[in-house]
Design a protein around this ligand. Structure first.
Ligand SMILES: [Mg+2]
Length: 137
């Protein structure tokens, strides 16, 4: 599995990286613009991401704007719907409007921060990204 972690907060970034790295290669983007660059580059190189963990609250290009751009590009290139990258939105607090917007932009799931390792793992299994089994450290 190839993962892109998009998060402007250092601590949250490090935590996600620690939780996800046992399952595959993790790239890091610290803002939406960098995320789009990484997303496009991976597609151009023919090794697209399987999962993007996308923070909603980020300065300038926020998570929802970033997700919108990702889905638009996939649709333009014939990779819409089920062919698209799996996206889990992450958010600091329960923000129903932002979460609803994210689902409208076609995210697969969301997680509240601080990220709970078991919940994250459950999503990975549900999305078919990892096989069910004991989590590794
Ligand atoms: Mg943030």
């Amino acid at each position: 599995m190839k993962v892109l972690i998009v998060e402007d907060d250092f601590i949250s970034r490090r935590l996600l990286q620690r939780y996800l790295s046992p399952y595959g290669e993790c790239d890091i983007a610290v803002n939406g613009a960098e995320a789009l660059m990484a997303f496009q580059q991976a597609r151009q190189e023919g090794v697209p991401y399987d999962l993007i963990c996308l923070d909603i609250m980020m300065p300038e290009l926020d998570g929802n704007q970033t997700l919108k751009a990702i889905r638009r590009q996939e649709a333009d290139e014939g990779d819409g719907g089920l062919r698209g990258v799996k996206v889990i939105m992450t958010t600091m607090r329960d923000d129903p409007d932002s979460i609803l917007e994210a689902f409208n932009q076609q995210c697969e799931a969301y997680l509240l921060k601080p990220i709970d390792r078991e919940r994250l793992y459950d999503h990975l299994v549900k999305l078919g990204l990892v096989l069910e089994g004991p989590a590794t450290s």
